[in-house]
Design a protein around this ligand. Structure first.
Ligand SMILES: C[S@@+](CC[C@H](N)C(=O)[O-])C[C@H]1O[C@@H](n2cnc3c(N)ncnc32)[C@H](O)[C@@H]1O
Ligand SMILES: [Zn+2]
Length: 340
């Protein structure tokens, strides 16, 4: 953790009055609420969504970012700043929303593009923030402030940030339109926001290939419960549910992963909220998708050789026919760059 940390600036989640921050806690002078700090993490989450426990569980037992995660964070930060067209930025205020273990915050604070800046790393999972807390050290005069907050009740003032970033967070937030509206208000004039999020076609195509292979091999729902089919059934049901209920938020509320975006939908939403420029960029180059179907099945523990080879062959046929002409059909993640 940075030794030269100045006090962070937060507002009260109830009345939005600036909090008075002392060594071990923050206090609202208006309503009198007190918010403790735990191991340097300000506990400001007033919503306490149930699904934060899922992220706490995946972080428990992890002590700090590994050298590989640090390198990945630096690479992510460099690419993201490139898409945001940010060369050098000094004395900036930056928010990493849904920072998780914080490899992106780590990367942004370390690579030397941003200096003498304040980074706010926010997540509703305190266990995830502990991983980051054990991983960031003073560099480039930057200060890193950690807090638990819910994305729907953020404790910052308006016109506050030069840059807001998020890696795989927007799709977890049910009312992402309202979050985009908040982000616009929290950005300074001319400020930028960059998110990396899952997009529908990159998941639709593999799940379609999986569904056709399941049908071809005459596998029943009961068969798919066997261990060699891993997450096959979950993928088929989950992608289908998220597509069918795209506009029915109440059906998505219980899912940890709620949305699969489309460029047209996000473009419409972000411009109706008031962003002046909105652009998209693929997260991975087209070559990445050459082996994507096998990769997806492998990380989903699908090992049944007939299913793997049938689904991978169909995906490769699509790739060979369409890959060069329709790269957007394969992208499972994209950057969204927003200008206030
Ligand atoms: C898929 S993880 C991504 C973590 C990290 N940004 C990364 O790229 O590795 C999503 C993160 O968003 C956080 N998150 C999900 N919903 C949230 C909410 N409503 N408020 C705050 N954080 C949330 C989770 O706790 C989790 O750490
Ligand atoms: Zn208050």
């Amino acid at each position: 953790m940075t030794t030269e940390r100045s006090q962070p600036f937060y507002v009260c989640p109830s009345d939005r009055a600036p909090l008075a921050v002392y060594a071990g806690s923050a206090r609202c002078p208006v309503c009198g609420s007190s918010y403790p700090f735990q191991e340097g993490i300000a506990l400001l989450d007033s919503v306490r969504r149930r699904d934060r426990q899922y992220f706490d569980e995946s972080a428990s037992g992890i002590r700090a970012l590994t050298p590989e995660q640090r390198t990945a964070g630096e690479r992510k930060a460099t690419t993201l700043l490139g898409h945001a067209e940010i060369g050098q930025l000094h004395k900036a205020t930056v928010l990493d929303l849904g920072c998780g273990f914080g490899d992106l915050t780590y990367g942004l604070a370390s690579i030397g593009v941003l200096k003498d800046s304040d980074f706010y790393a926010v997540d509703h999972s305190v266990e995830s923030l502990r991983v980051l807390s054990a991983s960031v050290f003073p560099s480039n005069g930057n200060r890193v402030h950690l807090s638990t907050q819910d994305a729907s009740a953020l404790c910052f003032p308006e016109n506050n940030f030069d840059l807001i970033v998020g890696s795989a967070i927007l799709h977890h937030v049910l009312d992402y339109r309202s979050l985009l509206d908040t982000i616009l208000r929290f950005l300074k004039p001319g400020g930028k926001a960059v998110f990396a999020e899952p997009f529908v076609y990159g998941y639709l195509l593999p799940s379609l290939m999986l569904a056709i292979a399941v049908d071809h091999l005459k596998l029943s729902p009961k068969d798919l419960e066997r261990p060699e089919f891993g997450m096959c059934r979950f993928i088929l049901e989950d992608v289908s549910l998220r597509i069918q209920h795209e506009n029915d938020l109440s059906a998505l509320d219980d899912l940890a992963d709620k949305h699969l975006f489309r460029e047209t939908g996000l473009m419409e939403t972000a411009s109706s909220v008031g962003f002046s420029r909105i652009s998209f960029a693929d997260y991975e180059p087209p070559e990445f998708y050459r082996g994507f179907m096998r990769h997806l099945m492998s990380i989903s523990n699908i090992t049944h050789s007939g299913l793997v080879s049938t689904a991978a062959r169909s995906y490769d046929i699509c790739q060979n026919m369409l890959g060069n002409k329709f790269p957007g059909l394969f992208s499972h993640f994209k950057y969204i760059v927003l200008l206030k």
